[in-house]
Design a binder for this molecule. Structure first.
Ligand code: ADP
Ligand code: MG
Length: 355
């Protein structure tokens, strides 16, 4: 669990230190006071990225040159002190005072799952949102996956730069294809595997409050290539056409995932209520899947403005899934009076200050 967090120059926080000594934590304050910002900092500690933006410079306070996040993490049998110092667009990482240079060695000391009102874009938005969700989840569960994504993205950028050249240079385009094919095949296989795992898990959750609904995620790559060899063949086939287009036209970066509820494509046919429900299930499944292979203490759940308007039966399932996490943070504008929150610690947030 996160025992302590210190923020300096992060969003609307000037300097603030908060200790947590309870499983359930309620962050309470009016709109625009810093509740989501605090969740963002907690998430950042775990994953070195934000759930709201891909621009790191947005995270530093407008009045600071950079930001500093220090956290104390209490694992089951040991304690770690993490430090993220972002200054002049550069990030310095330390674990227990020692510099760490690779983000892959720093992340996942705590594993966060965030529930946000924006989660509906996973269902309704364009495919990039679905890829981002699936990639994030598999990265939490399979250490190899994030490395493969990095390899793939490096090779893709390089191949695309050459495809944009005015002259066709087959040898140079080809040079990146083995790396693309090798990492691409691993990515495709994991995506296929997790579509099936997620579908099952979501159905199980859904059936606790909704009988007779059938949810499926279908993996829809442009071409079904699950081996390095078939990918290499496809790259060769597309090479000259890719040159004419000026970019690589297929691969994991173009994959779609069809979310189907009772066999109907959700992004075209689902109601807002159904989207909200399935978005919630996606995140509940994420927590459940993480719990199958992690110490409870290392799983943290961040719930941003979500529980207020849920049906009673869904709430029951939701709170029972919160039991899989070591620590849960909820944001509210007013203290809720439900039983679940009764013994939670309260942090009042006003204008970047915590009382
Ligand atoms: N980089 C930044 N520097 C300073 N203030 C910021 C920055 N980013 C956001 N804010 C401020 O943070 C506040 C929003 O905080 P947020 O945590 O989203 O509010 P809420 O409590 O409603 O969740 C706004 O007042 C916004 O102006
Ligand atoms: Mg908010």
């Amino acid at each position: 669990m996160i025992k302590k967090i210190y923020l300096e120059g992060f969003r609307n926080y000037n300097k603030v230190e908060i200790s947590f000594n309870n499983k359930v934590n309620l962050l309470i304050g009016n709109n625009g006071q810093g509740k989501t910002n605090l969740l963002e900092a907690l998430f950042f500690t775990g994953m070195l990225r934000s759930f709201r933006t891909i621009q790191l410079r947005e995270l530093k306070s407008l009045e600071h040159q950079g930001f500093l996040i220090k956290t104390q993490i209490n694992h089951q049998d040991w304690i770690e002190n993490l430090e993220i110092n972002y200054i002049n667009n550069k990030r310095n990482l330390k674990i227990d005072e020692k510099s760490v240079y690779k983000s892959s060695e720093f992340i996942k000391r705590v594993k966060p799952v965030v529930f946000s009102p924006d989660d509906q874009v996973i269902i309704k938005g364009n495919s990039i949102n679905r890829r981002r969700f699936i990639d994030f989840l598999i990265s939490l569960l399979e250490p190899e996956y994030i490395v493969m994504l990095q390899h793939y993205s490096f090779a893709l950028k390089s191949r695309n730069i050459i495809l944009k050249n005015n002259e066709l240079n087959i040898e140079m385009i080809k040079a990146y294809e083995p790396l693309l094919a090798e990492s691409g095949a691993v990515i495709n296989n994991y995506r296929e595997k997790y579509c099936s795992i997620l579908s099952k898990s979501i159905n199980r959750i859904l059936n606790q409050f909704y009988q007779q609904k059938e949810f499926t995620i279908k993996y829809k790559p442009l071409y079904k290539c699950f081996s390095k060899e078939t990918l290499l063949e496809r790259f060769e086939l597309e090479r000259e056409r890719d040159f004419k287009r000026g970019f690589s036209s297929f691969g994991p970066q173009t994959d779609e995932f069809d979310f189907l509820l009772d066999n109907k494509l959700m992004r075209s046919f689902a109601s807002n209520g159904q989207c909200r429900l399935i978005a919630l299930c996606l995140k509940m499944s994420s927590v459940e899947l993480l719990a199958t292979q992690n110490d409870k203490d290392d799983i943290i759940v961040l719930v941003d403005d979500v529980t207020g308007d849920l049906d009673k039966s869904i709430k029951e399932t939701f709170f029972s899934i919160m039991d899989y996490a070591g620590q849960v943070f909820f944001t509210f504008t007013e203290k809720p009076d439900e039983k679940y929150f009764k013994n939670g610690n309260i942090y009042n947030i006003r204008n970047g200050k915590i009382f």
